[in-house]
Ligand binder design. Sequence first.
Ligand code: NAP
Length: 243
Amino acid sequence: MPDLKNRVALVTGGSRGIGAGIAVALARAGAEVAINYRKRADSAEAVCAEIVELGRKSFHVKADVSVAAEVERMVAEVEANLGPVDILINNAGIAQPRKLEEITELEWDEVLTVNLKSVFLVTQAVIGGMRKRGWGRIINISSVAAQTGGAVGPHYAASKAGMIGLTHSCALNYVRDGITVNAIAPALIETEMVTSNMNAEPSLIPMGHFGSVDDVASVAVMLAMNDYMTGQTVSVNGGWYMT
Ligand code: NAP
């Protein structure tokens, strides 16, 4: 099996939850890992410290990934500190549980911008370098909401379904460049996003319990190591949606 030694990973929203789990798992597999966060510097620092404990380099960078200028600065800082990005995990996201009738235009735009536009922006910022080097892995954290509607609302479901279309388009466009692009569709993973959502009940899940961040992280590492899987959506959902 290949490992990820000498590869540089960038995890957006890597300061906690699923992103933090993926960041540490990538470091265990040999990668140097940059942690992006928006608000919680302490949490990002703690994840970096855990990665350094594993003998890998790490770096944390504050940036709102829905803003193009911040994305450009973030990628430049990561490259200056760790080197060019080989593995991009588009994980940052927000979920505000709402019914369609309750969603304001501002809320719709915020969810679509943070969850979907950010994936376009960060991918655009790293794709040129990946193509030049002839190797890259892009892993987009979508959701079961793209497949079933989920437990958050239509704005969230639309943003997560959009990520799958973007995944297919990028996978096809860069299929001859040594770059694979895949999505993971999790549900319901025990993080603050889920424990703060009154609609997210373990009873929604056929297995009857929430998943752990490690359940998702192990799939992300598999996708980072695999050369021949591209354009796929891997479901990690306790049986909620079956393909
Ligand atoms: P979480 O615990 O709420 O963590 C969200 C992370 O995203 C935090 O690190 C946060 O950073 C960061 N973030 C939010 N907005 C950002 C922005 N504009 N720029 C940069 N970073 C930003 O969520 P989670 O449950 O780990 O979810 C991670 C991803 O998985 C999300 O895309 C979510 O939609 C998806 N997902 C989760 C589940 C689940 O069951 N948990 C299921 C399906 C999909 P700060 O804390 O520093 O602000």
